[in-house]
Design a protein around this ligand. Structure first.
Ligand code: IFM
Length: 424
């Protein structure tokens, strides 16, 4: 008989979304602009969450979820540089109150990949003094959303810098390692400024960092060295810069404005193999997904042990409590989602059992939504969204996860049926 996996009292099982991916009609940000230019699929009304938030919150409460991570859309609050939309901000305040009323712990993200278009016209994150615009937004939000304990200033600054400033495949569309490093330093500075505003209010401030267990494709020295470089630049540059004012990036070391975190949010999805490449345009690096028994429709694979690896690594490196701010899968068969959840929780439980301080786990995502350059093709949701009618239909995984959330326990029968037989 398999025994129950019990998580500590106070551990929160919740779900996560972001504004542009679920709200709909975010017309004043740079993603919308890219959509209009035909560079990425249109988000349109997305899941209509900006109108349906009340029933969505009721649904998450009925399902038993205890936490909800969402983002406040900067371009809704400041659609123009000098235009402040108080009503929009008050709607976010209402969302926080509704969540609190249902006993759901909110985590508020302040930047989740989107900028107001006017901010980009001012030079975006390539100009360090532009952090003042973001700070003005942070102050407004912090003054209004009372009673929020957990704040994430930046979602996945590493993914954002890579896609938006090095590869140029996401807005604002800059290319080059130098640009990426400039943006990185501005984000670190903006984090410091936001930290000083928020921490005075006695709340917890963190980052939601996308962490990847990179593994050398072979034991060859070149592959091992490249793996170390990628690990430092991708996983740790932002975190090291914030904590120590120093970081290692793709072309050497750099310095930035240090501040602090009260927790590290970990967004974990998959593992990758790293190989030395002779192609200078790829910075002499080749990265490809580590293959396992479950392939997601995103093209990468489910590797549950990775959540243990990155959670431990983040805890050891930063010495801060951990929140799993995202973990989830886009799959065609919901049974694979249940397997993925149970298996990741087996490994997370192992980390907790070994003494890693983890405060919660937020499944990505509450519902199917707009997956950036992949549009609506990816089904990450515990809840299926019918994009024609906007009807929400909880999947079997939604109820299974609800039982975990209500009891803080993964029952032995679930482990037996969906879990891994042994953990290494
Ligand atoms: O949808 C994204 C989210 O916006 C950031 N983290 C990864 C998710 C899945 O790709």
């Amino acid at each position: 008989m398999t025994i129950d996996l019990v998580f500590p009292p106070g551990f929160v099982f919740g779900t996560a979304t972001s504004a542009h991916q679920v709200e709909g009609d975010n017309r004043f940000n740079d993603w919308w602009e890219w959509e209009e230019k035909g560079k990425v699929p249109r988000s349109g009304r997305a899941c209509g969450h900006w109108q349906l938030y009340r029933s969505d919150i009721e649904l998450m409460a009925r399902l038993g979820y205890r936490g909800y991570r969402f983002s406040v859309e900067w371009s809704r609050i400041f659609p123009r540089e000098e235009v402040f939309d108080e009503d929009a901000l008050l709607r976010y305040a209402e969302i926080v109150d509704l969540l609190r009323g249902k006993g759901i712990e909110p985590i508020v993200t302040l930047h989740h990949f989107t900028n107001p278009t006017w901010f980009n016209r001012r030079g975006s994150w390539l100009r360090e003094d532009n952090t003042r615009y973001f700070l003005k937004f942070v102050e407004k939000v912090a003054d209004t959303l009372k009673g929020v304990k957990y704040w994430v200033v930046f979602n996945e600054p590493n993914v954002y810098v890579l896609q938006g400033f090095i590869l140029g495949v996401w807005p604002p569309g800059y290319r080059g390692v130098g640009k990426g490093e400039k943006a990185l330093r501005s984000l670190v500075k903006a984090h410091a400024e936001a930290y000083s505003v928020l921490s005075k209010r006695g709340v917890w401030v963190g980052v939601a960092q996308n962490l990847i267990p990179f593994k050398p494709a072979s034991t060859r020295r070149r592959d091992v060295e490249k793996t170390r470089l990628v690990d430092l630049a991708y996983n740790w540059a932002f975190i090291d810069a914030v904590l120590h004012g120093e970081y290692a990036f793709l072309k050497g070391r750099g310095r930035a404005v240090s501040s602090d975190f009260d927790f590290i949010g970990v967004n974990y999805y998959s593992a990758y193999l790293v190989k030395h490449s002779w192609n200078p345009f790829k910075l002499f690096i080749e990265v490809k997904p580590l293959e396992t028994d479950i392939r997601t429709t995103m093209g990468y694979y489910v590797y549950p042990r990775g959540i243990y690896e990155v959670t431990r690594a983040a805890y050891e490196r930063a010495g801060k409590p951990i929140v799993i701010t995202e973990n989830g899968v886009a799959v065609e068969d919901d049974e694979d989602r249940i397997k993925a959840i149970i298996r990741h929780l087996q490994y997370l439980h192992k980390a907790v059992h070994e003494g890693v301080r983890v405060e919660g786990y937020y499944y990505w995502s509450l519902m199917d939504n707009y997956e950036w350059d992949k549009g609506f093709s990816q089904r990450f949701g515990l809840i299926e969204v019918d994009y024609e009618t906007l009807e929400r239909r909880p999947r079997k995984s939604a109820y299974v996860y609800g039982e975990v959330a209500k009891t803080n326990t993964v029952k032995g029968e679930l482990v037996e049926r969906y879990g891994l037989k042994t953990l290494d």
